[in-house]
Design a protein around this ligand. Structure first.
Ligand SMILES: [Zn+2]
Length: 107
């Protein structure tokens, strides 16, 4: 289990879980309002944290959350063809190797 991110509220957190499960990503929410399976959480972390079963799902999960679950138009992260770097959606070229963002690429 790895912690992916914290949802701003429970409803959005549950929405994220639904989206990820539809994508075949095993995940769960945890927080102080949920009992059990939270023994590893520091007591001061009470937000609805989103946890993934498999660490290798992390990048895809973040893309799903940021690209489809947030406000505004979908703006997924993208992967550089030149060096494999993952880049923020606002960049049109790779900061690492300078390659242009692939046209029509959505991950
Ligand atoms: Zn690159």
């Amino acid at each position: 289990m790895i912690r992916l991110t914290r949802a701003p509220d429970l409803m959005l957190g549950q929405h994220w879980v639904n989206l990820l499960e539809q994508a075949g990503i095993a995940c769960r929410l945890s927080g102080c309002y949920l009992q059990g399976a939270a023994g590893e959480l520091p007591v001061d972390q009470c937000g609805p944290d989103l946890w993934l079963e498999r660490e290798q799902d992390k990048e895809l999960a973040m893309r799903i959350i940021e690209g489809r679950a947030g406000p505004g138009e979908p703006r997924p992260h993208w992967c550089c063809d030149g060096c494999g770097e993952w880049l923020e959606p606002q960049f049109s070229t790779c900061w690492q190797c300078g390659a242009a963002r692939p046209v029509g690429r959505h991950g």
